[in-house]
Structure formats: C-alpha cells, structure tokens
Design a protein around this ligand. Structure first.
Ligand code: ZN
Length: 190
C-alpha cells in the first residue's frame, strides 16, 4: 500500500482518478422510499441519480482506513427527501465518521436493538456513528449534500438487514416544515 494524496474537487463533479465511483439511481432504490406509487410515477419519465460515492480503495484489512466522499443530490419522492440506501457494517465493531462539506442534511442512525438517532449536518458538522448502528444520509437542501466519511477498511456493508425492516424514521416535508419522523407518525397522518 503506497502513500496517497487525494484531491477531491468539490466544484467540478468530484472528478477523481484515484477513487472508485458508485452511482445509485432511483430505479436501484425503489424499496427505500415510502411512496411506491410516486416512485413509479417518476420512473415513467426519468431515472434520477440519487447519490454517488467516491471511495478510495485500500486493502480491506484490520488497521487500514477507508475513506471517500458521498454526494446525495437534492430532490424528493413525494414529500420524502432523497437519501442513501443505508447499511450496517458487517464487522460489528466498526464505527464511522462523517464530516459535512457542502449542503445540509441529516445523518440518520438506528441500532440493532431499535433505538434511533439523527444528527443535523451542515458544512463543518461532524457526525459519529458508533459500532452496531445502521446509518444513512439524507439531503434536505437544494444543492448536493456532500460528506467526507472514514471507516475501518474491514468494516464491510450489510444492506440485507435493513432491506427486511427498513429504518424506523425518515425525513419528510410536512406542512412546509422539514421533520425527522417515525414511520408510525406518517401512517397516522396519511
Ligand atoms: Zn458505513
């Protein structure tokens, strides 16, 4: 493993030769949004890019540190804001840090025992995801929500657990106000 100096260009599409780019479109994320009819309606016309991740690959070994940039684009499905898929780490001892560089949003977290938490993020906000907490980022602004993240390289991703249950909270615009709400609240209101 050589020494790396990486420069992410925050103004120019984050073009970076040294990192792997992962793109997720609405068609890949149908299951994460509550309003499936609205998802289908959008997909009839378009398949918008919801988020991108530029990940600097390092060997997935204990002691190595993986890092990158995640960008959630602005937009909503119905009243629910664009967000990442969310995941647990396969390695239950792996924590993660997020530092917001641009835009505004939330870091949403949920523990395997069902506790939930959310951190409001704006440029300079730093969020810590403890081990054993699932996490996702949500863009509530009208510009890309950009975060630097760093995690042990052997953390791994576990998406399956959340695909079964989903998160218990989400971020919606309700009567003109941005709210982090439990799903029970939404079903009562709708
Ligand atoms: Zn993670």
């Amino acid at each position: 493993m050589k020494h790396l100096k990486i420069k992410f260009n925050l103004e120019n599409s984050f073009d970076n030769q040294e990192s792997n780019k992962i793109e997720r479109y609405l068609g890949d994320l149908r299951h994460i949004f509550l309003d499936k009819l609205k998802v289908d309606y959008i997909l009839k016309k378009d398949d918008p890019l919801i988020y991108e991740v530029y990940q600097v690959e390092v060997p997935p070994e204990p002691g190595q540190i993986m890092f990158g940039i995640s960008i959630v684009y602005p937009g909503k499905v119905g009243n629910e804001y664009f967000m990442t898929k969310g995941h647990y780490h396969k390695n239950p001892n792996a924590a993660e840090v997020y530092l917001c560089l641009k835009g505004m949003g939330y870091l949403i977290m949920e523990s395997s025992s069902g506790k939930v938490n959310s951190i409001y993020m704006q440029p300079g906000s730093f969020g810590y995801v403890p081990p054993q907490w699932a996490h996702r980022t949500v863009n509530i602004s009208e510009e890309p929500f950009v975060c630097f993240y760093s995690v042990p390289a052997d953390a791994g991703h576990d998406y399956e657990e959340l695909e079964k249950t989903g998160f218990k909270i989400t971020v919606k615009e309700i009567e003109g106000i941005i709210k982090v709400v439990p799903l029970e609240y939404i079903s009562e209101k709708s």
